[in-house]
Design a protein around this ligand. Structure first.
Ligand SMILES: [Zn+2]
Length: 260
Protein backbone atom coordinates (compact mmCIF):
# COMPACT_ATOMS: atom_id res chain seq x y z
CA UNK A 1 0.00 0.00 0.00
CA UNK A 2 1.25 3.47 -0.85
CA UNK A 3 0.03 6.61 0.81
CA UNK A 4 0.70 10.07 2.18
CA UNK A 5 -0.33 10.65 5.80
CA UNK A 6 -0.53 14.04 7.48
CA UNK A 7 0.77 13.77 11.04
CA UNK A 8 0.10 17.45 11.46
CA UNK A 9 -1.36 20.40 9.61
CA UNK A 10 -0.22 23.28 11.84
CA UNK A 11 1.62 26.12 10.18
CA UNK A 12 3.81 28.74 11.75
CA UNK A 13 4.16 29.70 15.37
CA UNK A 14 0.80 30.28 16.99
CA UNK A 15 -1.10 27.29 15.68
CA UNK A 16 1.93 25.18 16.63
CA UNK A 17 2.54 26.50 20.15
CA UNK A 18 -1.15 26.25 21.03
CA UNK A 19 -1.40 22.91 19.19
CA UNK A 20 -4.64 24.08 17.55
CA UNK A 21 -3.52 21.62 14.90
CA UNK A 22 -0.91 18.92 15.32
CA UNK A 23 2.57 19.55 13.93
CA UNK A 24 4.09 16.14 13.17
CA UNK A 25 4.93 16.60 9.48
CA UNK A 26 4.01 14.35 6.57
CA UNK A 27 4.70 10.60 6.39
CA UNK A 28 5.11 9.07 2.93
CA UNK A 29 4.99 5.39 2.07
CA UNK A 30 6.00 5.21 -1.60
CA UNK A 31 7.68 2.58 -3.75
CA UNK A 32 8.67 0.48 -0.76
CA UNK A 33 10.15 3.49 1.08
CA UNK A 34 8.98 5.13 4.27
CA UNK A 35 10.03 8.70 4.82
CA UNK A 36 8.92 11.72 6.77
CA UNK A 37 9.07 15.33 5.66
CA UNK A 38 9.43 18.04 8.30
CA UNK A 39 9.05 16.21 11.62
CA UNK A 40 7.82 19.09 13.76
CA UNK A 41 6.78 18.95 17.43
CA UNK A 42 4.97 15.70 18.20
CA UNK A 43 6.09 13.78 15.10
CA UNK A 44 7.29 10.78 17.09
CA UNK A 45 4.17 10.61 19.26
CA UNK A 46 1.82 11.14 16.31
CA UNK A 47 3.54 8.37 14.33
CA UNK A 48 3.37 5.90 17.21
CA UNK A 49 -0.24 6.81 18.01
CA UNK A 50 -1.39 6.52 14.38
CA UNK A 51 -3.85 3.76 13.59
CA UNK A 52 -2.45 1.66 12.07
CA UNK A 53 0.74 2.54 13.90
CA UNK A 54 3.61 4.00 11.92
CA UNK A 55 6.94 2.62 12.99
CA UNK A 56 9.74 5.21 12.85
CA UNK A 57 12.38 2.46 12.95
CA UNK A 58 11.15 1.59 9.46
CA UNK A 59 12.00 5.03 8.10
CA UNK A 60 14.36 4.98 5.13
CA UNK A 61 15.02 8.70 5.06
CA UNK A 62 14.02 12.05 6.45
CA UNK A 63 13.52 15.21 4.40
CA UNK A 64 13.90 18.54 6.17
CA UNK A 65 12.74 21.53 4.14
CA UNK A 66 14.18 24.08 6.57
CA UNK A 67 15.29 24.54 10.13
CA UNK A 68 12.32 26.36 11.68
CA UNK A 69 11.01 24.58 14.77
CA UNK A 70 7.56 23.78 13.39
CA UNK A 71 9.41 21.65 10.80
CA UNK A 72 12.47 20.40 12.66
CA UNK A 73 11.64 20.06 16.35
CA UNK A 74 11.48 16.23 16.36
CA UNK A 75 14.20 15.59 13.79
CA UNK A 76 16.76 14.39 16.35
CA UNK A 77 14.16 12.02 17.83
CA UNK A 78 13.16 10.69 14.44
CA UNK A 79 16.81 10.05 13.51
CA UNK A 80 17.25 8.16 16.79
CA UNK A 81 14.11 6.17 16.07
CA UNK A 82 15.08 5.48 12.43
CA UNK A 83 18.44 4.12 13.56
CA UNK A 84 17.19 2.21 16.61
CA UNK A 85 18.81 4.60 19.05
CA UNK A 86 21.93 4.86 16.91
CA UNK A 87 22.66 1.12 17.11
CA UNK A 88 21.50 0.42 13.56
CA UNK A 89 23.30 2.89 11.34
CA UNK A 90 21.02 3.39 8.36
CA UNK A 91 19.01 5.84 6.34
CA UNK A 92 19.63 9.27 4.90
CA UNK A 93 18.85 12.73 6.16
CA UNK A 94 18.30 15.40 3.50
CA UNK A 95 18.59 18.91 4.86
CA UNK A 96 19.64 22.42 3.82
CA UNK A 97 23.20 23.38 4.72
CA UNK A 98 22.14 26.01 7.27
CA UNK A 99 20.23 23.36 9.27
CA UNK A 100 23.51 21.51 9.78
CA UNK A 101 26.01 24.23 10.53
CA UNK A 102 26.24 27.56 12.30
CA UNK A 103 23.17 27.22 14.49
CA UNK A 104 22.36 23.60 13.64
CA UNK A 105 19.08 21.86 14.47
CA UNK A 106 20.59 18.37 14.35
CA UNK A 107 22.93 17.60 17.25
CA UNK A 108 26.47 16.68 16.28
CA UNK A 109 26.34 13.31 18.03
CA UNK A 110 23.10 12.44 16.20
CA UNK A 111 24.69 13.27 12.83
CA UNK A 112 26.73 10.07 13.16
CA UNK A 113 23.65 7.83 13.32
CA UNK A 114 22.30 7.91 9.75
CA UNK A 115 24.24 6.28 6.98
CA UNK A 116 24.27 9.47 4.97
CA UNK A 117 23.65 13.17 5.36
CA UNK A 118 22.86 14.88 2.07
CA UNK A 119 22.99 18.65 1.86
CA UNK A 120 20.16 19.93 -0.33
CA UNK A 121 21.05 22.25 -3.17
CA UNK A 122 18.93 24.15 -5.67
CA UNK A 123 18.58 21.99 -8.80
CA UNK A 124 19.88 18.91 -6.99
CA UNK A 125 18.61 15.48 -8.00
CA UNK A 126 18.66 12.75 -5.37
CA UNK A 127 18.13 9.02 -5.86
CA UNK A 128 17.25 6.71 -3.04
CA UNK A 129 15.58 3.30 -2.78
CA UNK A 130 14.22 3.45 -6.33
CA UNK A 131 12.79 6.94 -5.84
CA UNK A 132 14.16 10.01 -7.52
CA UNK A 133 13.45 13.53 -6.41
CA UNK A 134 14.48 16.94 -7.54
CA UNK A 135 14.86 20.05 -5.44
CA UNK A 136 13.73 22.55 -8.04
CA UNK A 137 14.35 25.98 -6.58
CA UNK A 138 15.44 27.74 -3.41
CA UNK A 139 12.40 29.18 -1.68
CA UNK A 140 12.03 32.74 -0.41
CA UNK A 141 11.90 32.23 3.32
CA UNK A 142 13.94 33.62 6.21
CA UNK A 143 16.19 30.53 6.28
CA UNK A 144 17.44 28.21 3.53
CA UNK A 145 14.36 26.29 2.34
CA UNK A 146 13.69 23.66 -0.33
CA UNK A 147 10.83 21.47 -1.47
CA UNK A 148 10.86 18.44 -3.73
CA UNK A 149 9.27 16.97 -6.81
CA UNK A 150 9.37 13.19 -6.76
CA UNK A 151 9.01 10.59 -9.48
CA UNK A 152 8.13 7.06 -8.49
CA UNK A 153 7.39 4.34 -11.02
CA UNK A 154 3.67 3.72 -11.46
CA UNK A 155 2.67 6.72 -9.35
CA UNK A 156 1.81 10.29 -10.23
CA UNK A 157 4.54 12.92 -9.78
CA UNK A 158 4.30 14.09 -6.18
CA UNK A 159 5.57 17.46 -5.03
CA UNK A 160 5.90 19.10 -1.65
CA UNK A 161 6.01 22.88 -1.78
CA UNK A 162 6.90 24.08 1.74
CA UNK A 163 7.17 27.56 3.24
CA UNK A 164 7.96 30.40 0.87
CA UNK A 165 6.88 33.82 -0.18
CA UNK A 166 5.48 33.86 -3.70
CA UNK A 167 7.97 34.70 -6.44
CA UNK A 168 8.25 34.46 -10.22
CA UNK A 169 9.87 31.13 -11.03
CA UNK A 170 8.28 29.24 -8.15
CA UNK A 171 5.60 27.56 -10.29
CA UNK A 172 8.04 26.66 -13.09
CA UNK A 173 10.05 24.67 -10.56
CA UNK A 174 7.09 22.46 -9.70
CA UNK A 175 5.57 22.24 -13.21
CA UNK A 176 4.37 18.74 -14.09
CA UNK A 177 3.43 17.85 -10.51
CA UNK A 178 0.31 15.70 -10.42
CA UNK A 179 -0.16 15.65 -6.66
CA UNK A 180 0.90 18.95 -5.18
CA UNK A 181 1.11 19.59 -1.43
CA UNK A 182 1.26 23.31 -0.67
CA UNK A 183 2.02 24.89 2.69
CA UNK A 184 -0.60 27.61 2.72
CA UNK A 185 -0.20 29.61 5.90
CA UNK A 186 -2.29 32.76 5.52
CA UNK A 187 -5.79 33.43 4.31
CA UNK A 188 -5.46 36.82 2.68
CA UNK A 189 -2.61 38.11 0.60
CA UNK A 190 0.05 39.78 2.71
CA UNK A 191 3.38 40.39 1.04
CA UNK A 192 6.72 40.22 2.78
CA UNK A 193 5.84 37.48 5.27
CA UNK A 194 7.74 34.71 3.53
CA UNK A 195 4.60 32.59 3.47
CA UNK A 196 2.04 31.68 0.86
CA UNK A 197 -1.50 32.94 1.16
CA UNK A 198 -4.61 31.21 -0.15
CA UNK A 199 -4.70 33.48 -3.26
CA UNK A 200 -1.02 32.59 -3.90
CA UNK A 201 -1.81 28.88 -3.60
CA UNK A 202 -4.72 29.24 -6.03
CA UNK A 203 -2.48 31.04 -8.51
CA UNK A 204 0.08 28.22 -8.26
CA UNK A 205 -2.62 25.54 -8.71
CA UNK A 206 -4.04 27.32 -11.78
CA UNK A 207 -0.56 27.53 -13.31
CA UNK A 208 0.55 23.95 -12.56
CA UNK A 209 -2.86 22.22 -12.96
CA UNK A 210 -2.09 19.15 -10.84
CA UNK A 211 -4.64 16.33 -10.65
CA UNK A 212 -4.93 16.97 -6.96
CA UNK A 213 -3.70 19.78 -4.71
CA UNK A 214 -3.55 19.39 -0.94
CA UNK A 215 -3.38 22.47 1.24
CA UNK A 216 -1.80 22.13 4.66
CA UNK A 217 0.35 23.98 7.25
CA UNK A 218 -2.34 26.38 8.35
CA UNK A 219 -1.76 29.55 10.31
CA UNK A 220 -4.31 31.15 12.58
CA UNK A 221 -6.06 33.17 9.84
CA UNK A 222 -6.76 29.98 7.89
CA UNK A 223 -8.43 28.42 10.94
CA UNK A 224 -10.40 31.59 11.76
CA UNK A 225 -11.76 31.53 8.22
CA UNK A 226 -12.76 27.85 8.56
CA UNK A 227 -10.55 26.68 5.72
CA UNK A 228 -11.73 23.08 6.21
CA UNK A 229 -15.12 24.08 4.77
CA UNK A 230 -13.70 25.66 1.62
CA UNK A 231 -12.28 22.74 -0.39
CA UNK A 232 -15.19 22.66 -2.83
CA UNK A 233 -15.25 26.36 -3.61
CA UNK A 234 -11.47 26.44 -4.09
CA UNK A 235 -11.77 23.40 -6.38
CA UNK A 236 -14.45 25.21 -8.40
CA UNK A 237 -12.31 28.36 -8.67
CA UNK A 238 -9.13 26.54 -9.69
CA UNK A 239 -10.53 23.66 -11.75
CA UNK A 240 -8.43 21.21 -9.71
CA UNK A 241 -9.49 18.78 -7.00
CA UNK A 242 -8.33 20.71 -3.93
CA UNK A 243 -8.22 18.87 -0.60
CA UNK A 244 -7.90 20.66 2.73
CA UNK A 245 -5.70 18.46 4.89
CA UNK A 246 -6.77 17.47 8.39
CA UNK A 247 -4.68 15.97 11.18
CA UNK A 248 -4.28 12.25 10.56
CA UNK A 249 -5.63 12.43 7.00
CA UNK A 250 -4.32 9.70 4.74
CA UNK A 251 -4.29 9.88 0.96
CA UNK A 252 -4.06 6.39 -0.52
CA UNK A 253 -2.28 6.14 -3.85
CA UNK A 254 -3.09 3.32 -6.19
CA UNK A 255 -0.50 2.41 -8.74
CA UNK A 256 -1.62 3.87 -12.08
CA UNK A 257 -1.58 0.47 -13.80
CA UNK A 258 -4.20 -0.88 -11.38
CA UNK A 259 -6.71 1.83 -12.24
CA UNK A 260 -7.66 0.18 -15.55
ZN1 LIG B 1 9.34 28.34 8.22
Amino acid sequence: MQYIKFLGTAGARFVMIKQLRASGGIWFCLGGNNFIADPGPGALVRALKSRPRLNPSELDFIFLSHKHLDHSCDINLMIEAMTNGGFNRKGTVYAPGDALSGDPVIFRYILKYPEKIEVLKEGGVYNTGGLSFKVPVRHRHSVETYGFKMECQGLPAIAYLPDTGYFEGLTEGYAGSEILIINTVIYEKLDGLGHLSLPDAEKIIKAIKPKKAILTHFGITMLKNRIWEKGEEISARTGTDVVIAGDGMRLDLDPEDSKG
